[in-house]
Design a protein around this ligand. Structure first.
Ligand code: FAD
Ligand code: NAI
Length: 475
């Protein structure tokens, strides 16, 4: 006998668990199925983000930044800390503890919101009388009947052909987050978000890191001036980044991995490393979903085909997050999850793809929202730019971190903000003001006229807005 639900969510990552909570808040009898297991085989909801993504990577970035500060920056404050050591096992245990708190938090939220949680793999069995039969394969087998299904099965790391992940020497994000000791030499393929964040962690802890990137341009999706500043700073920090490479072969040896590649000039090169992180993007995950059983349409990349409202080709089947088109970001997945639950309830759920912020949690942090200068040029939009350096910001000086700047791009005629690009301390937090401003279609002058606390990093945002009108006060 099937258990009946109004809404069944398959996948308990940020897209799925948030969709389930919102559906339950709206009065639907809701279930969420997730198969992630912790080290004891128990449930670990939260998906990639919580288990092997956003949360553990930020925990390691924090630990390694403390280590770097103790070694290189405490002295500026008059603090002497000789013989600073990193206990990698303890750092990893702390990270695992942070992950566990988040797993438990989600289980608590399910209880609080009366979401029925099923631990196991969910798959379509058949469409039946206007509903969908879903099988859960876990410790026990269950059958669920759902009026609405939300698929939120996420994504998996993309492997290089001929170099499968073994998580010992060839590492995906999973292995990269649990290297048991600092490798002497670490190779990274792909200078995207994971490559830079994980490369930074292990470089700060003492690894010699080389990043090999296929594209000739560094951080091509980022505003040009930010990408240039980032390249300069990362180089100074000791992160070696080679652009325009073509990987030929990855071979494992007893001691590590050798990468054969052609450099930008086409010359054959080899890189011998102890560990290799491959971070060349992610692929949508529909493994085990049995999409064929109900005729759920996938595209050539394996992503579930959806329209702008996350509707699939099947009535009452929706899909959100990494398994569909759009940026693979936790907050994008969450927004889609909320919007879908609201659409099921007949409300007007909405996701504004033009105001999704991006953050790279390196040091300095990089964050942006809206269009880059190169995009505006390509789109033929007349714009004005204003920039303010953290070097001229009192709080940044007091913090001892004056790298980078805030940059505004505004429409030349209307002054509407079209993009904000930040490289510098706490860019991840500062970007929120720009997101709010763009959501409300604010002009640069609106931000320039708002009182910002002194001394604060956010004054750099105000000053960059003033710079659009060429009237900064502190630079
Ligand atoms: P996922 O989080 O992948 O969750 C999918 C869940 O569904 C998983 O638990 C999976 O086990 C489960 N599942 C799959 N198939 C089934 C099935 N058939 N039955 C039951 N369960 C199933 N994004 C950010 O916004 N900020 C960051 O700082 C950030 N850092 C990242 C760092 C790393 C190293 C990585 C890899 C990613 C990072 N991301 C970050 C991206 C972010 O993790 C993803 O965009 C986000 O997790 C997508 O959420 P989702 O719910 O779509 O999928
Ligand atoms: P990515 O798309 O950010 O970067 C992949 C990089 O690899 C690109 O620069 C690409 O040109 C390069 N590349 C591709 N094939 C290659 C090859 N054969 N040889 C050399 N280089 C190659 O992907 P990444 O870093 O794997 O991250 C996946 C996704 O996870 C990101 O796109 C992002 O959506 C998400 N993420 C988000 C984070 C955040 O928000 N802070 C942190 C980490 C991941």
């Amino acid at each position: 006998m099937s258990k009946q639900f109004d809404v069944v969510v398959i996948g308990g990552g940020p897209g799925g668990y948030i969709a389930a909570i919102r559906a339950a808040q709206l009065g639907f009898n809701t279930a969420c199925i997730d198969e992630w297991k912790n080290d004891k085989g128990g449930p670990a909801p939260g998906g990639t983000c919580t288990n092997v993504g956003c949360i553990p990577s930020k925990a390691l970035l924090q630990s390694s930044e403390h280590f770097e500060h103790a070694n290189h920056h405490f002295a500026d404050h008059g603090i002497s800390a000789d013989n600073v050591k990193m206990d990698v096992a303890k750092m990893l245990a702390r990270k695992d503890g942070v992950v566990k708190q988040n797993n438990e938090g989600i289980l608590y939220l399910f209880k609080k919101n009366k979401v029925s949680f099923f631990h196991g793999r969910g798959s379509f069995v058949a469409a039946k009388d206007g509903a969908y039969e879903i099988k859960v394969a876990g410790a026990a087998e269950e059958s669920l009947l759902a009026k609405h299904v939300i698929v939120a099965t996420g994504s998996n790391a993309r492997a290089l052909p001929g170099a499968e992940f073994d998580e010992t020497s060839i590492l995906s994000n999973d292995g990269a987050l649990r290297i048991g000791g600092v490798p002497k030499k670490l190779g990274v393929i792909g200078s995207g978000v994971i490559g830079l964040e994980m490369g930074s962690v292990w470089r700060r802890l003492g690894a010699e890191v080389t990043v090999l990137e296929a594209l000739p341009t560094f951080l091509a999706a980022v505003d040009d001036s930010v990408a240039k500043e980032a390249a300069k700073v990362f180089k100074k920090q000791g992160l070696a980044i080679e652009l325009g490479v073509k990987i030929d072969k990855v071979a494992k040896s007893k001691t590590g991995v050798t990468v054969s590649y052609a450099n930008a000039k086409g010359e054959a090169q080899t890189l011998a490393v102890d560990k290799l992180i491959v971070s060349i993007g992610r692929v949508p995950n529909t493994i085990g979903l049995n999409a064929e059983a109900v005729g759920l349409a996938l595209d050539e990349r394996g992503a579930i085909v959806v329209d702008g409202d996350c509707k699939t080709n099947l009535p009452n089947v929706w899909a959100v997050g990494d398994v569909v088109r759009g940026p693979m970001l936790a907050h994008k997945a969450e927004e889609e999850g909320v919007a879908v639950a609201e659409r099921i309830a007949g409300q007007h759920g909405h996701v504004n793809f033009n105001t999704i912020p991006w953050v790279i949690y390196t040091s300095p942090e990089i964050a942006w929202v809206g269009r880059t200068e190169q995009q505006l040029k390509a789109d033929g939009v007349a714009y004005k730019a204003g920039q303010f350096p953290f070097l001229a910001n009192g709080r940044a000086r007091a913090l001892g971190d004056t790298t980078g700047f805030v940059k505004f791009l505004a429409d030349a005629k209307t002054d509407e903000i079209l993009g904000v690009h930040i490289i510098g301390p706490m860019a991840s937090e500062l970007i929120s003001e720009a997101v709010v401003a763009m959501e409300f279609k604010a002009s640069a002058e609106d931000i320039a006229r708002i009182c910002h606390a002194h001394p604060s990093l956010s004054e750099a945002t105000k000053e960059a807005a003033l710079a659009v009108d060429k009237r900064t006060l502190n630079f």
